[in-house]
Ligand binder design. Sequence first.
Ligand code: URA
Length: 233
Amino acid sequence: MTRTLADVAVEAADCTKCRLAEGRTQVVFGVGNADADVMFIGEAPGFHEDKQGEPFVGAAGQLLTRMLDEVLSVARQDVYIANVIKCRPPGNRDPQEDEIESCTPWLVEQVSLIQPRVIVTLGNFATKFVLQTAQGITRMRGRTYPWHGRTVVPTFHPAAILRGGGESSRQFLEFRDDFELVRETLVTLNPEPEPVTEAEAATSGAVAAAAPTSDPVIVPEAEPAPEEQLELF
Ligand code: URA
């Protein structure tokens, strides 16, 4: 039987693969739509996320939720939100190499099961990790990157926007632009079907195409090859 995202979350909840298990309140696996077109990836849970068991619930999360609403016109529950690291590093220190290595399989499973079309990496850490680059976010942001048949859009971490001057800062405008880029990318990937003109509708072909048939042909979505699932990072 195929594992679902919920199965993986239950398994991850008891994870003791690294030392972060000792200090955490709980594993912060991820939240949102298991079938989302867009997945947001941050660094690691902070104080509030560790307490509540949900990523991006503090001030940075509120800014993220606002951008989802204002620019993408979606609610938090319509996208998927996760972190590279699922447990809070003590004092919010940087994750260590072996912790990243231990935690990576959870993220690989999340991406493999959700199959998001667009991945938004939030900040330096997630961007460097996903795109395997040494370049900082200031250089990387503002454009899209093809990644295993999907599209990655890197942007600033919302906490960096809040620390760096908030809405009056240039970074905030760029952050907002990056969300616009996500919106445009989604429109390009999922174009609205061309409206059928009256003239076209008058022809039998258009009517047949528009009418539901009792025996629909379902074209399955392409699944990535199993090897690809194991080598996402
Ligand atoms: N910062 C992150 O990177 N992730 C969270 O979940 C919260 C803050």
